[in-house]
Design a protein around this ligand. Structure first.
Ligand SMILES: Cc1cc2nc3c(=O)[nH]c(=O)nc-3n(C[C@H](O)[C@H](O)[C@H](O)COP(=O)(O)O)c2cc1C
Length: 174
């Protein structure tokens, strides 16, 4: 489909401000993607995490091409997805802060079976091997093959909506 000068119809792309404001209406879970590069732990907070395929088991996230964490994360041989619990908003904010020592106390973590850091007290984690990578606009779509998965704790999720962290409340009828 094309649209260009002289054609009737809407412009090709929505304005950035309206785009941001509309996407803020979409609630999402929050994860921290971690990896180990040359013995140094790296990680960032992401809401773009998604399941992709059951067979093979694939998940994905999008990373900003301008991320300074990405070159070290992307060079690692595998990565972990830490699915945050409802009381981990501070942790999520710390792993989104530029220049912060994200793995220093009060962050609590341990190396996973392949080396990627696993954060303490998360709802669940996945350990992923690189499967595919596609540049899409100003982000990179990173697809991982899930090698290991484990659920911990109560499973109450941390959510992100309208620029704020929050909790899930089940509908009384569900
Ligand atoms: C709630 C939330 C969700 C985010 N989701 C993503 C994401 O999906 N992809 C991404 O690249 N950055 C995301 N960010 C930004 C990164 O966590 C982080 O701020 C960024 O990587 C910091 O830049 P650096 O990588 O240069 O240190 C998110 C930040 C917040 C607070």
């Amino acid at each position: 489909m094309t649209s260009g000068p002289g054609r009737a119809g809407p412009p090709r792309a929505v304005g950035a401000e309206r785009f941001r404001r509309t996407l803020a209406a979409h609630a999402s879970g929050v994860v921290i993607i971690t990896a180990q590069n040359g013995g140094v732990p790296v990680g960032l907070t992401a809401t773009s995490f998604s399941s992709v395929s059951l067979e093979p088991p694939l998940v994905s996230f999008y990373v900003d091409r301008s991320s300074t964490t990405w070159p070290r994360l992307g060079a690692a041989g595998h990565f972990a997805v830490n699915i945050l619990a409802s009381d981990q908003a501070e942790l999520a904010a710390r792993f989104a802060r530029k220049g912060a020592d994200r793995f220093a106390a009060p962050t609590r973590w341990r190396p996973g079976p392949l080396g990627a850091p696993l954060l303490d007290d998360v709802s669940a984690h996945l350990i992923c091997l690189p499967y595919d990578r596609v540049t899409v606009g100003d982000h990179i779509l990173v697809v991982g093959l899930v090698a290991e998965a484990a659920v911990h704790g109560s499973g109450r999720p941390l959510l992100y909506h309208q620029g704020r962290f929050g909790r899930f409340l089940a509908h009384p009828d569900s």
